[in-house]
Write a protein that binds this ligand. Structure first.
Ligand code: SF4
Length: 366
């Protein structure tokens, strides 16, 4: 705790904010900075940082919550698999209440009798499969580079231990391709990115090279207030100087080369594939499919899923929220018809969702 406290020091934060204001006065106009990661969004809300930065530094939230960016089609496929007779469907807890087409969620299926179990780790799913040899166990593989190595390790473990009744529905996604899609989108104009600290621990720094290549600023940032404000300061320095790079503010955790061992695990089991992101659409090479050598562990190989007609929740603006085009408060349903207790879209369900952050912390700027 003592170690963390120095990154929450109010005097340090205010000193950094003064420097941010000093640089902001020297900007030619407004700048837009996107925080990619939902953990950053919630930290900004928790510490009230959006209200403290100068008004010409516009902070917007991006697609960095894996639950939020899961497409309606993938959600419906997960619901279909979970409802198959005899299946034990295992998932992280934050997927339980995410509504698919028609508003049904895994929690509803469980209430109707489906065997849906929350696990803390993919290895728990392996153990459940070993404990239930007569039943099919499916694990919902969701998350970015932070989660995919653990899921890969679970699949490797299952194969080594000859656990044959486990399969994984992989809807993993990778962040750098999403950033490239944001940069390529002509409707967006983002001057700098606060890159996600946790993902960067795995990917390393070079994964974001596409950002400075198109003359945009990038800083890999930690999650405490000092980290975030220093990250914004470092972005403004790049923008003002015109010297763009992928800078690392979160040096206490992120190594430039990332975590090679974790990436080796991912590469052993997964291969990049196209993936559909809520709000961003289909992005080439942004998903992780299970390699053929592990195809016995691929739920989509093991079970036949019929064509499903998926539709987004009516009136929900999650797609626009995930690109920073609108803020949650600009969604007509926010706070009236969509709340954490009765969520309409995934951005209100997830503990990392932008709408949930705005609701919880009453963020009224941006
Ligand atoms: Fe979707 Fe609810 Fe957010 Fe509106 S407030 S965008 S309905 S999650």
């Amino acid at each position: 705790m003592k170690y963390i406290e120095c990154y929450r020091d109010p005097e340090l934060v205010h000193g950094l904010l003064k420097s941010v204001s000093f640089l902001a006065e020297r900007l030619a106009g407004n700048v837009t900075i996107m925080e990619i990661c939902g953990t950053h969004t919630h930290a900004m809300g928790r510490w009230g940082l959006r209200r403290l930065v100068p008004r010409n530094v516009r902070l917007i939230s991006g697609p960095g919550c894996p639950v939020c960016v899961t497409s309606a089609a993938d959600l419906d496929t997960a619901l279909y698999l979970a409802g198959l007779p005899g299946v034990i469907f295992t998932t992280f807890g934050d997927m339980l209440r995410v509504p698919g087409t028609g508003g049904r969620c895994l929690q509803d299926l469980r209430a109707e009798g489906a065997d849906v179990r929350v696990v803390a780790s993919p290895l728990d799913a392996v153990q459940i499969a070993r404990d239930n040899p007569g039943r099919e166990v499916i694990f919902l593989g969701i998350g970015f580079e932070t989660t995919a190595p653990a899921v890969a390790a679970a699949i490797i473990t299952a194969k080594k231990k000859d656990v044959r009744n486990l399969s994984v529905f992989s809807i993993h996604k990778t962040i750098p391709q999403a950033i490239k899609a944001l940069l390529d989108d002509p409707s967006l104009s983002i001057d700098g990115f606060l890159c996600p600290g946790h993902v960067s621990v795995i990917t390393g720094v070079a994964a974001y090279d596409v950002i400075p290549q198109v003359r945009r600023a990038a800083v890999i940032t930690g999650f405490e207030p000092v980290d975030i404000v220093e990250g914004i300061l470092m972005l403004l320095k790049q923008i003002l100087s015109g010297r763009f790079e992928v800078a690392v503010q979160y040096e206490r955790t992120v190594k430039r080369e990332g975590n090679l061992k974790a990436r080796m695990l991912m590469n052993e089991v997964f291969v990049p594939c196209d993936a559909e992101w809520r709000g961003l659409g289909m992005i080439g090479g942004s998903g992780l499919r299970i390699k053929d050598v592990y195809r016995d562990y691929d739920a989509l190989e093991r079970f036949s899923v019929p064509p499903l007609e998926s539709v987004e929740p009516p009136g929900c603006s999650c797609g626009e929220v995930l690109k920073g085009i609108v803020t949650p408060k600009e969604c007509k349903l926010f706070g009236k018809f969509c709340t954490p207790a009765n969520p309409v879209g995934p951005c209100m369900v997830s503990s990392e969702g932008t709408c949930a952050a705005f609701y919880r912390y009453g963020m009224n700027r941006e």
